[in-house]
Design a protein around this ligand. Structure first.
Ligand SMILES: Cc1cc2nc3c(=O)[nH]c(=O)nc-3n(C[C@H](O)[C@H](O)[C@H](O)COP(=O)(O)OP(=O)(O)OC[C@H]3O[C@@H](n4cnc5c(N)ncnc54)[C@H](O)[C@@H]3O)c2cc1C
Length: 472
């Protein structure tokens, strides 16, 4: 191993090779401090050629590679796991951002470029990259692509996948796939880049991407409304879709309990009186007339009795203050004690029944816990977190398993946008049909036959006992 490590140091230089425990520590624990792993070294290449050279050396010595971007992932995907020898390969020195093209509406960035910096570069020429997540000051383009990140603008613009026009990837054997194309249309054969988007580093390392930009919207309108029940929220979503169409950028749900936590733990106050639920709606457009259209939709909603109380931001300052209530839910929850996080999606019509099932099951299994519900209602994506209270730690896995069972029973997904990482792998294996797992494992076998890319995460190797079987 000494020769192997010397070889890495030689290729990457002293700043690109960390092996002291103290220097490596920040790379070995995840953002939530749930997982800590060990590594032979942390590699910090500065170019695609250096990534490829490091991967070739690791492949020759059978050493696993854990790609890492901003380390803001919420599923432990960027933290080494298990006992096999591994290195962390951080992209945090590959941060170059090309000049945006305002006519072609594209921008090129290296994988380690931070989302906020890419957004600022695009805004500099009147374009926008409308991927919006609270971690955008640290999350990287490579990490966003590897997790197919969502966020608050998915309702209008789609997930990260929808922005990727071209990709450069280093494969598990060190070969470089250069697909840095700017094309919106390219049906010349199979679209291989899709395999790497959302596969959490299990198939290869993203080193650069070409991203699609959109025109910058000139007006936005933000409203916070309180509602009696979830049915009213869904009717309101439908009404806004009818009246404002694609101008609806975000439709976020906050349960009354979650809003009370924000008020109690973050010193903020909701400027509307409570119902059972709150929704935060943002509409945006480049065309004039947005605000009167939103006001008219709100009037209809009030007349129909869908809204208990509400406020429409009259300035950018007020709009930010309304968004702050939504953005502080996670922090407020953290201050309320230990919680279990679930990031689930369901067919929108099943959300009410799912929440009913959940409330009943929590009463039965863990009466001292309480649900903290918020999320992207327009996408059917709820953060269904459980604040544990006095619930015994031994019940944590039981509760998570129960939540995931309820989700799958109603046709939902146990990971709407955060990925599997190491956090959700056991339940993914338990709840995913064998035929799907076999397909994922066959792809893994083809792209990474030695199983060295992010071992144990995203996709598992074909299990010997299941090899060749197709289960339903
Ligand atoms: C406060 C907060 C809010 C968040 N909000 C959202 C949200 O609204 N929506 C959402 O989807 N997520 C959200 N996240 C989760 C997280 O920010 C995203 O998953 C993000 O895409 C991770 O980017 P990263 O650069 O930090 O990746 P990391 O955490 O470093 O890595 C995440 C995964 O991608 C892999 N990976 C990283 N870089 C590469 C690469 N170059 N090539 C191949 N694989 C790679 C890693 O191995 C790991 O499996 C939030 C996180 C925080 C802390």
């Amino acid at each position: 191993m000494q020769g192997f490590l010397e070889g890495l140091r030689e290729r990457l230089g002293p700043a690109g090779f960390l092996s002291e425990q103290e220097a490596m520590a920040p790379y070995l624990t995840d953002w939530r401090k749930m997982f800590t792993g060990s590594a032979l070294a942390v590699l910090r290449p500065t170019s695609t050629e250096q990534v490829a050279a490091a991967v070739r050396l690791c492949a020759a010595h059978g050493v696993g590679i854990v790609p890492q971007g901003g380390n803001t992932g919420l599923a432990g995907g960027a933290t080494p796991m298990g006992q096999t020898p591994q290195v962390v390969l951080s992209l945090n020195r590959m941060t170059a951002i090309g000049a945006p093209d305002p006519v072609g509406m594209v921008i090129e960035a290296q994988a380690g470029a931070i989302l906020q910096n890419v957004k600022e570069a695009a805004a500099g020429c009147g374009r926008q990259l409308p991927i919006s997540i609270a971690a955008e000051g640290s999350a990287t383009i490579g990490g966003l692509i590897a997790t197919n990140a969502g966020g608050v603008n998915v309702l209008r613009y789609g997930m990260t996948r929808d922005f990727v026009l071209g990709l450069e990837v280093v494969l598990a054997d060190g070969r470089v796939l250069n697909g840095l194309k700017q094309l919106r249309k390219d049906n010349a054969g199979f679209d291989w880049k899709q395999l790497f988007i959302g596969s959490e580093g299990a198939f290869g390392i993203v080193t650069a991407a070409i991203l699609r930009l959109t025109p910058q919207t000139r007006h936005r309108s933000v409203a916070l409304l309180s509602l009696r029940d979830l049915a009213a929220a869904l009717n309101l979503l439908s009404l806004f879709q009818d009246r404002l169409g694609e101008a609806i950028t975000a439709f976020e749900l906050i349960a009354d309990d979650a809003m009370r936590l924000v008020e109690a733990n973050c010193g903020l106050t909701a400027p509307v009186s409570g119902g059972g639920w709150y929704v935060l709606i943002e509409a945006s457009s480049s065309l004039d007339g947005l605000v009167p259209a939103v006001e008219a939709a709100l009037e209809v909603a009030f007349d129909k009795g869908l809204i208990v109380d509400g406020t429409l931001a009259a300035s950018e300052h007020q709009a930010k203050a309304l968004w702050a209530l939504r953005e502080h839910v996670t922090e407020a929850e953290a201050r309320a004690g230990k919680s279990l996080k679930h990031d689930v999606s369901l067919p929108i019509g099943q959300l009410g029944a799912f929440l009913g099932d959940l409330s009943q099951s929590l009463k039965d299994f863990a009466p001292s816990s309480r649900a903290n519900i918020f999320g992207h209602l327009g996408d059917g994506n709820l953060h269904t977190n459980i604040i544990l209270g006095d619930t015994p730690p031994a019940l944590c896995d039981v509760i998570t398993g129960m939540v995931h069972d309820l989700v799958v029973a109603r046709g939902g997904s146990i990971s709407a946008e955060h990925g599997l990482g190491q956090y959700r792998m056991p339940d993914w294996q338990r709840l995913t049909p064998g035929s799907e797992q076999d397909l994922a494992a066959a792809l893994k076998g083809a792209l990474d036959p030695k199983g060295l890319m992010n071992p144990g995460k995203g996709v598992v190797e074909l299990h010997p006992q299941r090899s060749g079987q197709v289960q339903s």
